[in-house]
Structure formats: structure tokens, C-alpha cells
Ligand binder design. Structure first.
Ligand SMILES: Nc1nc2c(c(=O)[nH]1)N[C@H]1C(S)=C(S)[C@@H](COP(=O)(O)O)O[C@H]1N2
Ligand SMILES: [Mo]
Length: 509
């Protein structure tokens, strides 16, 4: 091989290193399974025929994973070197191979069972970075397009070596950072997969089938965890190992209480359906979801700790430093305010607070739903403030009664005649008592409420609109709680939640 070819192959290898390095770091943000290396390895394991798996385990024993990984690295290194050689010959040919490899990584990541929506992003980002690195290095090969460097081959070689060393070092550092941080994530994921939740001492009341309105395009009453909105300040999902998790209850209390994971599992756990809502949810928005949670009532812990008479707030803190200020009376008044470990019958998903989070019916998440919770300080609103309060949001955040139209969609074209209008309304811990719909400037008409799954959950509704006149119409919805109708004047989400009627424009033809 000529020196040019050796360097071209090296350029490909370095570009490959940059690709997997960038990919594994980006994967820290999009989920452990989305790293191109992990995804391709996983897809390979799944695609391996049973006999070959059998052969690998019997031949290599528990080292079969290591053998697989070494094999994967060897194949990828070979392909990377080939991409370098191709790129030195025809840039387009080398670039095509890099794009094809990134596409394989992205498709493998997207096909993983736990793939998130951004699963392909690490491979795409890695592929782009790899292309840039390859281009920079190929341009520094002897006889590159701009011709041999007039100052001689020695200088030319040095320029190539410098660029290759810098790129290789950068790729290696990214890969090591991505793999080490990612390893923690994989360990916690494994711990979660191995968990079996205890049976609740108090099960949730059975939910009537009639909670669900049957209409095309209507959202499910129970939000699947995979579709449950996610809001937090964490760039990388905090990795909290249940084995080392503990919760400390302290502050204005008679006795400090600490609780370990095993102690928590041994408690009398309660199961409850609760609709969680974000204060940033705009009118008609979807930062709201309903699920069945399993956990220990927080009041049980507070009773053991014995709050002082002058305390009026619990400042909860997460492993990553987020804080929420929850009124002490809300946590003590008997509602299902939970230190939750389960969601939809399974351990909490990592991004929803594994292993332990708070869920408090009737309060927006920012003042109550601390995920990855590790500390409860009993204090006073006068003495302490929480994360979002320090950024201009209200210290207290009771959920406002709201409603939205889900069917028909905004801008829909519907034929004249009976049109099904349906949606959801919520007034957590007060209960939705009535929903009304209005067309244009007409009178409010009562919608039919679906069955109730309890006052802490949202409630679906349905109304049949006798749409007679063709043209553009506007639908409005409003919900009532025991105190009366929701407010109709438009109010922005900051500082304590949006107000106003959800509206939908439809065209009747
Ligand atoms: N640790 C932590 N917990 C948090 C937050 C956060 O940023 N960090 N955000 C809160 C907000 S604003 C909301 S609306 C809910 C959202 O919970 P979810 O992501 O499970 O839907 O979590 C709350 N708990
Ligand atoms: Mo929120």
C-alpha cells in the first residue's frame, strides 16, 4: 500500500471514531438505547438466529456479549477504513458509505422496542460529524485536489498527522464520556427491568368502561406512559439507583424520618388514578395526562415526622436539585398525595422520575410532582421558595378548571348534519360537574359527560352538533366544577396557569 492509501484508511478510521463518539454523547440526551453502537449491537442480537446464539453462549459462555462487541467493532473498523479508501478515490463513494452506515445505526435505534422519537438523532449527528472529519482529512492527503503542497511531502505529512490526531483525540474523548455516563444509565435501566412492584394494600377503584368516549380521534382516558407528556429541567435524565436511594424528611418536625427503598416497598401502598397537568399547558394544549399511580401516602410520613404548628409548606427536592413548594395542608388533608413508585402497573419510567416521585391531585406539577425525589423539608412559605417561584411563577399552583375540544380537529371539513364534538375537561380534586359547548355566538348547550373515574381524574364529554348552515363555524367549550364555570377571559400561562375557552374552527360543507 502506498503512503496515500495508508493515510486514507487511517482517515476513515478516525472519521469512524468521531462518528461513534459524537453518537454516544448525543445518545445521553436521547436515551441509552439510541447510541449507534448500542443500537446496532442490540439489533444484531435480536436478529441472530437461535442456533447461532446457542453456539455463541456455549462457545464463549458469558463472554458472548464481549465477543459480539469485539466483532461489531472489528466490522465497523473495516468499513470505516474502506470509507476512507473510497473517499480518497472518489469523495462521493466514501461519503455514500458513511451515510449508509449512519442510516443503518439510525434505523437500528428506531427499531429498538424502547425507542424514543429522537432515537435516530445520535446516528444522524454522528454521521454528519464523521463526514466533516473525513472531508478535512481527505483534503490533507498527498495529491488532494489542490495539488501537492509546494513545501514538500514532509510538511504535507505533518498537516495530515496533526489533523488526524486532533480528530482522533476528540472522538476518543467523546466516546469515553458517552460510554461512562451511559454505563450508569444502563445500570439503572437494568435495575428497573429487574423490579417487581408489590401489590397495593389499597387498590384503585375499578374504572367504568364508560369513562371513554367512543369517537374517532378521541384520546384515551388512560394516557399510555409512552405518550405521557414530559416536562423537567434535566438535560440528561437523572440516574437514581433504588439500592442507594433514600428520602429524608426534616426541617420543622419533631422527628427526622429517613426511608430507604426496601422500607418503602414494605409500606402499605395505595393505588390511585390522578390527572397530572403542567402550569405551562396553554388553553387546548396537551401537557396533561391521566394515569394509575402506586405509592405511599405522603401524609403517613408527615404524621411520623410530626410537623410543627408554624409549618405550612413542604419543599421537596430532586436528585438533580429541582425543588417544589407544596402546601402542607394539601399533603395532609387525606387526598391521594403519593410518594409514587409505580405508573400504569410498572415501575416509573426513568424520565418520569424513577425510582420515586411525588404525585399530588389538584396541584400543577411544578409545585408538587417532584421526580427523582430525595428530600422533603418541612418549612414555611415565608422562609423558603422553590425552583419556579424564583423564576417568576406563583409559589402556589392549584390546577385551574379547564376543558378542551379534541374532536373535530381545528380546521376540519365536515359534512352538514350531525357532527360529533368531544373532548376532555379537568378540575382535579374538585371534579367536573358539567361541560357546555357553544357554536359561534349561539347559546351554551349541555354536553353529555362520560362516566367518572373519580374527582382526581379528567372527564371526557361528548355533544352532537346539528350542523345545518354551510360555511366556517367556531366551537367553544367550557367546564364547570362545584364552584361554577371556568373563566372565559384569556389569561397567559405565567404566573399560575392559563385561562380561557378552547376553540376550534370547522368548515361545514
Ligand atoms: N426533578 C424534577 N421534577 C419535576 C420537574 C423538574 O423539572 N425536575 N418538573 C415538574 C413539572 S413542571 C411538571 S409539569 C411535572 C411533569 O411530570 P412528567 O414529566 O412526569 O409528566 O414534573 C414536575 N417534576
Ligand atoms: Mo410543569
Amino acid at each position: 500500500m502506498t503512503a496515500r492509501r495508508v493515510r486514507a484508511a487511517a482517515a476513515g478510521l478516525v472519521a469512524g471514531l468521531v462518528t461513534v463518539g459524537v453518537g454516544s454523547v448525543v445518545a445521553l440526551f436521547t436515551g441509552a438505547g439510541s447510541s449507534p453502537l448500542v443500537a446496532v449491537g442490540g439489533a444484531f442480537v435480536d436478529a441472530t438466529p437461535a442456533w447461532l446464539k446457542e453456539f455463541a453462549t456455549s462457545t464463549f459462555g458469558t463472554d458472548d456479549k464481549l465477543v459480539l462487541q469485539l466483532g461489531e467493532v472489528a466490522v465497523l473498523a473495516g468499513l470505516a477504513a474502506l470509507a476512507g479508501l473510497l473517499a480518497a478515490w472518489r469523495w462521493g463513494a466514501g461519503a455514500t458509505l458513511v451515510v449508509a452506515l449512519a442510516a443503518v445505526g439510525g434505523l437500528a435505534a428506531m427499531s429498538r422496542p424502547d425507542a424514543g422519537t429522537l432515537a435516530a438523532v445520535p446516528s444522524v449527528a454522528g454521521g454528519v460529524a464523521g463526514l466533516v472529519a473525513l472531508r478535512l482529512l481527505v483534503d490533507r492527503l498527498p495529491g488532494a485536489s489542490h495539488g501537492p503542497d509546494a513545501r514538500g511531502p514532509a510538511l504535507e505529512r505533518r498537516r495530515f498527522l496533526q489533523a488526524a490526531t486532533v480528530a482522533a483525540a476528540a472522538g476518543l474523548v467523546l466516546l469515553v464520556v458517552g460510554r461512562t455516563v451511559g454505563a450508569g444509565a444502563r445500570a439503572v435501566r437494568t435495575a428497573r427491568d429487574a423490579l417487581r412492584l408489590p401489590q397495593p394494600s389499597t387498590s384503585a377503584a375499578p374504572v367504568p368502561a364508560g369513562v371513554q368516549v367512543q369517537a374517532a380521534g378521541m384520546e384515551p382516558w388512560a394516557t399510555p406512559p409512552a405518550d405521557f407528556y414530559r416536562i423537567d429541567t434535566a438535560l440528561v435524565v437523572p440516574q437514581v439507583d433504588p439500592a442507594t436511594w433514600s428520602l429524608r424528611v426534616h426541617g420543622l418536625v419533631d422527628h427526622e424520618v429517613t426511608l430507604t427503598w426496601d422500607q418503602l416497598l414494605a409500606e402499605d401502598l395505595v393505588e390511585a388514578w390522578v390527572t397530572l397537568a403542567c402550569v405551562s399547558n396553554p388553553v387546548g394544549g396537551d401537557l396533561v395526562g391521566n394515569q394509575r399511580w402506586l405509592g405511599l401516602p405522603i401524609r403517613t410520613l408527615l404524621e411520623r415526622a410530626g410537623p410543627h404548628r408554624d409549618a405550612d409548606m413542604v419543599l421537596s427536592r430532586s436528585a438533580d436539585g429541582f425543588t417544589a413548594s407544596t402546601p402542607l395542608d394539601v399533603l395532609s388533608d387525606g387526598r391521594d398525595a403519593l410518594l409514587a413508585i409505580g405508573m400504569d402497573g410498572a415501575p416509573l419510567p426513568l424520565e418520569h422520575g424513577f425510582p420515586v416521585r411525588m404525585v399530588v391531585p389538584g396541584l400543577y406539577g411544578y409545585v408538587s410532582a417532584t421526580k427523582w425525589v430525595v428530600d422533603l423539608e418541612v418549612t414555611r412559605f415565608a422562609d423558603a421558595s422553590a425552583y419556579w417561584t424564583d423564576r417568576g411563577w406563583s409559589p402556589r399552583g392549584p390546577v385551574k378548571t379547564q376543558s378542551r375540544i379534541s374532536v373535530p380537529r381545528g380546521g376540519a371539513d365536515v359534512p352538514a348534519g350531525d357532527v360529533v364534538v368531544a373532548g376532555t375537561a379537568w378540575a382535579q380534586h374538585r371534579g367536573v360537574t358539567r361541560v357546555q359547548v357553544r357554536v359561534d355566538d349561539g347559546a351554551w348547550a349541555d354536553a353529555t359527560l362520560a362516566d367518572s373515574g373519580g374527582i382526581d381524574s379528567w372527564r371526557q364529554w361528548r355533544w352532537t352538533w346539528p350542523a345545518a348552515s354551510a360555511g366556517k363555524h367556531q366551537l367553544f367549550v367550557r367546564a364547570f366544577d362545584p364552584d361554577g364555570p371556568q373563566s372565559g377571559a384569556r389569561v397567559d400561562v405565567i404566573p399560575d396557569g392559563a385561562e380561557g375557552y378552547d376553540t376550534v374552527d370547522v368548515h361545514v360543507h
